[in-house]
Design a binder for this molecule. Structure first.
Ligand SMILES: Cc1cc2nc3c(=O)[nH]c(=O)nc-3n(C[C@H](O)[C@H](O)[C@H](O)COP(=O)(O)O)c2cc1C
Length: 236
């Protein structure tokens, strides 16, 4: 467990990398750590694009505004919030439950939850269903304690971004634990990068690009500053 804390406290956003090869084994471990992050309803609403080849990396680095971490990285990972993956994910999970030793009751429960989720997540043309559902939830909330599900497309992207960001953090901590450094970046041209990756603006939003590599000896990190514990935490 202390190794995990070491990786958390050692991780820095590295600005210059040395050219090194990241083995397939390390790549798979890093990406596996990402997908084991928790996500709401276990929907894992993200996709990762690992950009390792020199030509594609150079193209993506340019779309990351030519930032040094991107230009010098051994690989770039584009983390994409994907709200279009939900029906397929629910179907995959159902099939997995049927193959595993889940009771019929559990499977029916999941089918019901997935059906409700599909209805809740359907914004409808011009967001009409979302507005209607929001009005119903707001009315219900006047006398009942309820949570507000992500109804509009904007809410859904926000929802998917949370899961994607947690996966990104797992990825960076895993990389650090494996002796590889990272730099998360949101300095990129989202429109051009989406087009480059063939993403659909209806379903996909790039959350961040993570530069991965071995920290260069020339890279001198500034001291790491954080707001104090008292400023960021309220103990009740
Ligand atoms: C979502 C996100 C976006 C960031 N975007 C950039 C970026 O575009 N370029 C960059 O050099 N660093 C970027 N950073 C790195 C931060 O500047 C860095 O994490 C912060 O200054 C704290 O430093 P530390 O990570 O070394 O502790 C980003 C970090 C996060 C979490």
């Amino acid at each position: 467990m202390n190794d995990i804390l070491d990786a958390i406290f050692q991780r820095r956003a590295v600005k210059v990398f040395e050219p090194v090869e990241i083995s397939q084994g390390v790549r798979e471990r890093i990406l596996n750590a990402a997908r084991f992050a928790p996500s709401s309803f276990n929907m894992q609403p993200y996709k990762f694009y690992w950009v390792g080849s020199a030509v594609k990396r150079a193209a993506v680095a340019k779309l990351c505004l030519g930032q040094t971490p991107a230009e010098t990285a051994s690989a770039l990972v584009v983390a994409v919030a994907d709200i279009g993956s939900m029906p397929a994910t629910a179907q995959d999970q159902l099939e997995w439950m049927r193959r595993s030793s889940f009771t019929e009751e559990k499977i029916r429960d999941y089918e019901r939850t997935a059906r409700i989720g599909r209805i809740l997540f359907m914004p409808g043309p011009f967001g009409i269903f979302a507005a209607l559902k929001r009005a119903i939830f707001c009315l219900l909330n006047l006398w009942k304690t309820i949570g507000m599900p992500p109804l509009s497309l904007h809410d859904q992207f926000k929802w998917a971004t949370k899961g994607t960001s947690l996966a990104c953090q797992n990825l960076m901590i895993a990389a650090e634990a494996l002796g590889v450094n990272t730099c998360p970046m949101e300095g990129f041209d989202g429109r051009r990068l989406s087009r480059y990756l063939g993403l659909s603006h209806r379903y996909h939003e790039i959350v961040m690009v993570i530069a991965i590599g071995k920290k260069s000896h020339t890279c001198v990190e500034p001291p790491q500053w954080r707001r104090s514990l008292q400023t960021t935490v309220t103990v009740l």
